[in-house]
Design a protein around this ligand. Structure first.
Ligand SMILES: Cc1cc2nc3c(=O)[nH]c(=O)nc-3n(C[C@H](O)[C@H](O)[C@H](O)COP(=O)(O)O)c2cc1C
Length: 379
């Protein structure tokens, strides 16, 4: 293989220098304590991720209001009492050589509690949800802003707004889930109002010099969902606001279960073409692409061709925490690949169990299960 020159070259983002183009994309593994605080398991995990040689670790979603908790093991940032634990997490990542961002989120209709906040009253199974009032919207925007401030206070280098995966921000953007008739629903301009208010208030609250990244849903991967023609307009708006980067993904929970999506998701670099589309719309903003970037060769060619500026590794880095060092030629061993037909990490998080990777060596898997007090490797 020729040296991945571009992949290991540095990049400046809003006053930060990323030592290479490799980032960890947010990956929720159910490691937080049941009260939403940072656990010892989490510190250990992120120490390893930061020591991987990736330039930037974007820590998994943390919730800005308890009404938006995706699970009991989701990190929380809705109160100052969470700052000390998060400070330890930021420090651990720094001590292991990487920059640290923290993602902030509200799960909306995917929150695990009964009383869900959603843009429009919809039926989820037997459950009726109520349409968010203007006051609810103002409050949650404010929660994003104060959550972002806490990210800065905890010592992170930046904050990432979670505008992906079909959570609350996407629920406002999508015509499938936003049926409102007020200024937050209907036209694209109206559907973008909530995401852009969140972006504006977050940027205001942390100040122009603190980097604000955006996890970005390029396409819902559903026939009646959001498509790139619309989301490209949001990317232009985010660029105008000076976001530090746009981290492109595609698909929401409603798509993840479809056979077409499941097939597509098995392919290498399956979301890179969307990153390329969004890069055209926001040409001055660094773009991250994730999604089975299996090899440094693929990563290099994505950057070389200008499809994206940065590579995001999530399951890929969990399967092989030495991926970046191997890419840089510091370790001469084959990369351990995330197995496309395996969804063990996801399945375990869905049932509230701490996730691990089926590709880890047996000793490591056993040691992990021992640590969390489990006897067998069942999902
Ligand atoms: C178990 C699991 C948890 C995830 N958690 C998050 C998350 O907290 N925030 C987020 O933006 N994306 C999350 N993602 C999406 C990843 O960041 C990434 O886009 C996706 O897994 C593709 O990259 P990969 O093939 O390297 O895993 C998650 C994905 C999985 C499988």
């Amino acid at each position: 293989m020729t040296d991945p020159v571009k992949l290991i070259s540095s990049l400046k983002i809003k006053g930060l220098t990323l030592k290479n183009r490799i980032t960890m994309a947010p990956l929720y593994l159910g490691y937080a304590s049941p009260d939403g605080t940072v656990s010892p398991l989490m510190l250990e995990h992120y120490a390893e991720m930061a020591d991987s040689g990736a330039a930037l670790i974007v820590v998994e979603n943390s919730v800005v209001d308890p009404s938006g908790l995706g699970s009991p093991f989701t990190l929380r940032i809705d109160d100052d009492r969470f700052i000390p634990g998060l400070s330890r997490l930021a420090q651990t990542i720094h001590d292991n050589g990487a920059l640290a961002f923290l993602q902030i989120n509200h799960a909306g209709r995917y929150a695990f509690m009964q009383d869900k906040l959603t843009p429009s009253g919809i039926k989820i199974g037997e459950l009726e949800t109520k349409e968010m009032s203007g006051a609810d919207i103002d409050r949650i925007v404010e929660c994003f802003a104060s959550g972002a401030k806490r990210v800065r206070e905890a010592g992170f280098d930046g904050v990432e707004i979670h505008g992906g995966t079909g959570y609350l921000i996407v629920q406002f953007l999508s015509p499938r889930t936003n049926l409102r008739t007020d200024e937050y629903g209907g036209s694209l301009e109206n559907r973008m109002r909530f995401p852009l208010r969140v972006a504006d208030e977050v940027i205001n609250s942390v100040g122009k010099n603190f980097p604000v990244g955006y996890r970005f849903l390029a396409d819902e991967e559903l026939p009646d969902g959001l498509h790139v023609e619309e989301t490209a307009v949001l990317a232009e708006e985010l660029e105008k606001r000076g976001v530090a980067y746009i981290s492109v993904m595609a698909g929401t929970y409603d798509a993840f279960i479809l056979p077409e999506y499941i097939q597509k998701e098995k392919q290498e670099a399956y979301m890179a073409h969307y990153a390329g589309e969004i890069k055209k719309a926001a040409a001055q903003t660094p773009i991250i692409t994730a999604g089975r970037i299996k090899t440094p060769e693929t990563a290099e060619s994505i950057i070389e061709q200008g499809t994206a500026d940065l590579i995001g590794l999530a399951r890929v880095l969990l399967a092989d925490p030495l991926w970046p060092k191997k890419a840089a030629g510091l370790i001469d061993e084959p990369i351990v690949e995330c197995e496309p037909s395996c969804s063990l990490c996801l399945r375990r998080t869905m049932v509230g169990k701490p996730a691990f990777c089926s590709q880890w060596e047996k000793d490591r898997r056993e040691a992990f299960l021992n640590k969390i007090g489990e006897k067998s490797e069942e999902a």
